[in-house]
Unconditional design. Structure first.
Length: 167
């Protein structure tokens, strides 16, 4: 009996080693969450899910595009604009030259961490120094700007996850 166990022991060790290697390989494969959104071409459209629904968002990940944002547009042109920042911070925005109201969805690591609803466009002839500044309650690495009412319409909540779909 001892001889049989001694013969089986190396096989059990080898089988365990193989199973651990296979499990480790699966963990190392990139997931949808590991897509580097800073490397996607600026102003590209991506597909993503949020709160279980699929949307198309315009990516802005260059400083120049982020500075311009949705200013001077009559409409968003997609479901929203996703600002991808190169480092987490309490990034600030204002509504300079905006022609419609927005909902702001602040994200960190693909997770919704803050919401600011129905941010108003500037009043006609409003002075720049009177425009409010908006920022999240904590450091974020992304901001999703969507048309006002989007958050309530699609039941977006803090804790929801943004999942980018490989195109």
């Amino acid at each position: 009996m001892k001889k049989k166990l001694l013969l089986l022991l190396p096989l059990l060790i080898l089988a365990t080693f193989i199973l651990l290697r296979v499990a480790g390989t699966k963990e190392q494969q990139p997931t949808q969450q590991q897509i580097d959104l800073t490397s996607i071409e600026d102003r590209s459209l991506i597909d993503a899910t949020l709160s279980g629904k699929q949307f198309r968002f315009e990516i802005v990940n260059s400083y120049a595009s982020q500075l311009l944002g949705l200013s001077n547009r009559e409409e968003i042109g997609s479901d929203g604009m996703l600002f991808v920042f190169h480092r987490p911070d309490k990034h600030q925005i204002w509504m300079k030259d905006m022609t419609f109201n927005l909902d702001l969805i602040w994200l960190r690591g693909n997770m919704v961490v803050d919401l600011i609803l129905d941010v108003p466009k500037p009043k006609p002839d409003q002075e720049l120094d009177t425009l409010p500044i908006y920022q999240p309650i904590e450091k974020v690495d992304m901001l999703l700007e969507v048309k006002a009412g989007f958050v309530n319409e699609h039941h977006i909540e803090v804790g929801d996850e943004l999942i980018v779909i490989n195109n």
